[in-house]
Write a protein that binds this ligand. Structure first.
Ligand code: AMP
Ligand code: ZN
Length: 137
């Protein structure tokens, strides 16, 4: 038996408020929403992050996320929404089962995106570019 909270939701061991379900994907209301309708979309098959998820599952997850987002966007008459995935603990991932947040947004709703900064130099920019590109060749 899995110790993973979201696997338990998939198996029906923990109740959830289901928004959508098919063979591969489950979507349910986040129990602590940023706004009403905040939904989590997960693959039924356990993986922790996008890094250990197979391509086919990832495709299904993204396509289902679009479908569910569209329904949330229209039915709740939203002005917009954020899609978010926290990857690993340091980035705020509390549940180690891949999940996509669909977060409804409203005009002047007070939510703020992450802070940003300027690169300190051209060198800093070039160094990081080089490191990343090396692994993409
Ligand atoms: P994250 O920080 O990206 O891992 O997000 C985990 C999310 O899962 C949080 O927004 C929690 O509110 C939500 N969550 C945790 N347990 C449950 C649960 N049993 N039912 C619904 N949402 C949950
Ligand atoms: Zn799991």
């Amino acid at each position: 038996m899995s110790e993973c909270t979201f696997c338990k939701i998939v198996n029906g061991e923990i109740p959830s408020y289901k928004v959508y379900e098919d063979r591969y994907i489950l979507a349910f209301l986040d129990r602590n929403p940023v706004h009403e309708g905040h939904t989590l979309v997960i693959p039924k098959k356990h993986s922790e992050t996008i890094l250990d998820t197979d391509d086919e599952t990832l495709r299904k997850l993204v396509v289902a996320t679009r479908k569910i987002s569209k329904a949330i966007y229209k039915s709740l008459k939203l002005k917009g929404f954020n899609i978010g995935i926290n990857q690993f603990k340091v980035a705020g991932q509390a549940v180690p089962h891949l999940h996509i947040h669909i977060m409804p947004r409203h005009e002047n709703d007070g939510l703020r995106l992450w802070p940003s900064r300027e690169y300190e130099s051209e060198l800093e920019k070039m160094k990081v570019l080089e490191k990343i590109r090396k692994l993409l060749k």
